[in-house]
Design a protein around this ligand. Sequence first.
Ligand SMILES: Cc1ncc(COP(=O)(O)O)c(C=O)c1O
Length: 414
Amino acid sequence: MSHTLNIYEPLSIEAIRAEFPILQTLVYGNPLVYLDNAATTQKPLSVLEAMDVYYKTINANVHRGVHHLSQVATDAFEEARRKVASYINAAHDHEIIFTRGTTEGINLVASVFGRANLKAGDEVLITAMEHHSNIVPWQLACEYYGAKLKVIPFSERGELDMDAFAALIKGPVKILSFTYVSNSLGTINPVNEMIHAAHERGIVVLLDAAQAVQHIPIDVQELDVDFLVFSSHKIYGPTGLGVLYGKEALLNKLPPYQGGGEMIRTVSFEKTTYNDLPFKFEAGTPDIAGAIGLGAALDYVNSIGIDRIKLAEEALMEYAQEMMSGVPGIRFVGEAANKAGVISFLLGNHHPFDVGEILDKQGIAVRTGHHCCQPVMDRLGIPGTVRASFSVYNTPEDVDRLVKGLEKTAKMLG
Ligand SMILES: Cc1ncc(COP(=O)(O)O)c(C=O)c1O
């Protein structure tokens, strides 16, 4: 498995791991094996330091003050926006809206796109493998405006039924909202094909990149996607912050989401006018330290290179899949041809919680349950899965510990 490590040359995996102090933690006396990266990634020192420096040396509110600190804080905040724009290759910095996370980004679009465009008889198209945060906001919007939610099914292997998609996209669909990578199955969906098919019919597309942005290079102009959302905490940045990218022309046409400071140009009791992008969608004091932290996280990813991270993770996933196949009673859930980041599985007929608990006692952190994808579990007729998810600092030794842990678990549970 040494080829995985070479991908990072001249960096070593040890140097990468040294950036993440939490990886030194002992759990029940065992060195931590952190394989819950799809839930949230750990943070490198550079991110922690950037946020610390902000609070220690330049803390002030942004866009509001003429004083020195406010200007320095504003510059740092706007620099973070530029880093995000550059990371996903947005055409303009003002197409980047800071949100609280993927969930808020989808709620924002469902709310304002719904208000501007949805009416009785319209359809919203999603897939059956969405995270709850890409289901419920659309259910709320559909309920409110009398539109219908349509769902693209997926196969037993965890691949979207593209014939069903081709039929459903011909309906009165106003927006297609779907995940780039499934957080419960690991499937990488055929985004180019789907965006192209939607655009041929004038349908707007929102892409949930919460599980993609940390594994796959993303170029929003090449994808030609209309909206894209992700969370900072899944790409080595802090919690509480996310990104909504939207094409300028579309964002300009939409009404504001929340009202408050910053999003206005003028306020009177008779009539309020709204600010330009991106501020129109950023009511109130933003998470300034969070944005600076995300900027540092993207610098960190760029310092290694997302292409190299992708290659290393692919090799590690392949190794994991191979090694885990030898564990008695293992059954993989989600065997799509194209996968990223996530291996979901079951061990015999044992409940995922029991497996997760025994792994935890050995210092191995995995996630168990429905992963906020109850319809995925219903479709597959299972209560949930055990999910191992990978990131830049995981090693073949982590996989070996997982495999040993699973063998022990299988024996203990009988
Ligand atoms: C595919 C997907 N979409 C949306 C979300 C929600 O992200 P957040 O809780 O950061 O808003 C997640 C989180 O696991 C996810 O995996």
